[in-house]
Design a protein around this ligand. Structure first.
Ligand SMILES: *[C@@H]1O[C@H](CO)[C@@H](O)[C@H](O)[C@H]1NC(C)=O
Ligand SMILES: *[C@@H]1O[C@H](CO)[C@@H](O)[C@H](O)[C@H]1NC(C)=O
Ligand SMILES: *[C@@H]1O[C@H](CO)[C@@H](O)[C@H](O)[C@H]1NC(C)=O
Ligand SMILES: *[C@@H]1O[C@H](CO)[C@@H](O)[C@H](O)[C@H]1NC(C)=O
Ligand SMILES: *[C@@H]1O[C@H](CO)[C@@H](O)[C@H](O)[C@H]1NC(C)=O
Ligand SMILES: *[C@@H]1O[C@H](CO)[C@@H](O)[C@H](O)[C@H]1NC(C)=O
Ligand SMILES: *[C@@H]1O[C@H](CO)[C@@H](O)[C@H](O)[C@H]1NC(C)=O
Ligand SMILES: *[C@@H]1O[C@H](CO)[C@@H](O)[C@H](O)[C@H]1NC(C)=O
Length: 323
């Protein structure tokens, strides 16, 4: 009897620990709803699915993500200090760079010292530096800069990109110390890398032969994943690996949708521990916004529809490596 009970206890304990080992599908980020004066910081648990709002921030203090010029709010996470950086325009169109406690969502500081629009933000988790892709006063000239996190001022300019329109698409390699971004030159998507070490420098890597929607660099495997739309036959939304030499996709690692009415959109997040790519999408009929995730190793994935009356997402990240 006793050994029977012990066996039961062991079985229950094992099943609990196995249940805990199931990867959870949790993204953190910025959300809003019909309240036009606030933006919310919280998480989205896709296994339920459910939004958990940790704090609301006044758009007077942090700017209004829904007025941003680009489809994704510039946002990046520093796991060393467990803080997040976001940029959004205020009512006077001034760019506000805010520092948020990534646990509580409390506003820690806000700056308005960057004179131009911020296109994207990237944090170097190893060198502990904040970088931004910013517009300048001249059309089709943008810059990658380092930002002093104490003052919100530009510390150094790492590269000026001329003759191209910026896009929100960017990613970062903290090992090779490069800010990767995609710009538009005429109708072409061009892939660039900007050194964030040794005083900077830009390399124009390749003209892409596909339509990227987002990209995420896995610095553990040195792989650039992208969510993209394949217009060839019927429209399909896929996740693939970018090969810069090829200027294209060297391998398709997952399908978000092969139904033309369900199309991938700009928001994304990547879980470097679980190898999962998250991407937002929309179903045109019946209208629904959702999230797809794809395990880039196994190609397995899932589509999660989200109720349209809840929250809109403006930025996502996977909160990991908190020190
Ligand atoms: C930063 O937020 C404070 C309130 O926390 C607000 O009074 C101030 O105007 C904001 N600063 C900027 C630059 O928007
Ligand atoms: C802010 O910029 C948008 C477009 O970028 C423009 O439509 C709007 O008039 C501007 N608002 C102010 C107060 O300058
Ligand atoms: C963030 O908030 C948490 C919970 O309130 C707190 O324990 C932590 O010290 C805060 N961190 C910073 C950097 O303010
Ligand atoms: C900026 O780039 C776009 C797209 O390549 C082009 O249509 C436009 O003419 C350019 N503007 C200037 C001022 O060069
Ligand atoms: C970027 O940095 C690497 C390593 O320091 C260097 O070899 C390369 O020439 C740099 N590229 C540019 C475009 O400056
Ligand atoms: C795009 O779709 C076509 C037709 O299904 C397929 O042959 C091609 O390999 C796809 N290309 C990419 C880059 O996904
Ligand atoms: C990338 O493309 C080039 C040119 O087609 C090819 O030689 C190379 O093997 C490819 N690399 C990978 C990792 O697929
Ligand atoms: C996923 O694939 C990469 C590259 O092939 C490999 O390094 C990594 O260990 C794999 N991860 C898992 C969880 O299987």
């Amino acid at each position: 009897m006793r050994s029977f009970l012990i066996t039961i206890i062991i079985l229950v304990a094992t099943s609990i620990s196995e249940a805990r080992q199931e990867p959870t599908h949790l993204v953190h980020g910025l959300f809003d709803n019909s309240d036009q004066t606030h933006v919310f910081y919280g998480s989205l648990d896709l296994d339920i699915p459910q939004f958990n709002i940790f704090n609301s921030l006044s758009i007077n203090d942090v700017g209004d993500p829904s007025k941003g010029k680009y489809p994704v709010t510039p946002f990046t996470y520093d796991p060393n200090n467990d803080v997040a950086y976001m940029a959004a325009p205020n009512n006077q169109n001034r760019t506000i760079l805010s520092v948020i406690n990534a646990t509580s969502g409390a506003l820690l500081s806000n700056f308005s010292s960057i004179p131009n629009t911020i296109v994207s933000l990237q944090y170097d988790i190893f060198q502990k530096q904040l970088f931004a892709h910013t517009e300048t006063d001249s059309e089709n000239v943008t810059q990658v800069v380092e930002i002093d996190t104490a003052s919100g001022n530009v510390k150094q300019i790492l590269g000026a990109i001329r003759g191209a329109k910026p896009t929100h698409i960017s990613s970062y390699c903290p090992i090779c110390r490069k800010y990767f971004l995609i710009v538009l030159q005429d109708q072409d998507f061009v892939y660039l890398a900007v050194n964030t070490s040794d005083g900077g420098g830009i390399s124009w890597e390749a003209v892409m032969n596909f339509t990227p929607v987002s990209m995420r660099f896995d610095y553990k495997t040195f792989t650039m994943y992208t969510a993209y739309i394949n217009h060839t036959d019927d429209i399909s939304s896929l996740v693939g690996i970018i090969n810069r030499t090829l200027g294209g996709i060297s391998k398709v690692v997952g399908t978000i949708s092969d139904d033309p009415s369900l199309v991938v959109t700009s928001l994304s997040a990547y879980d470097v521990a679980e190898n999962i790519y998250y991407a937002s999408d929309v179903l045109s009929w019946p209208y629904s916004a959702g999230v797809s995730y794809v395990n880039v190793n196994t190609s397995q994935g899932k589509w999660i529809p989200l109720a349209r009356d809840r929250y809109n997402s403006h930025a996502w990240f996977v909160k990991q490596f908190v020190h």
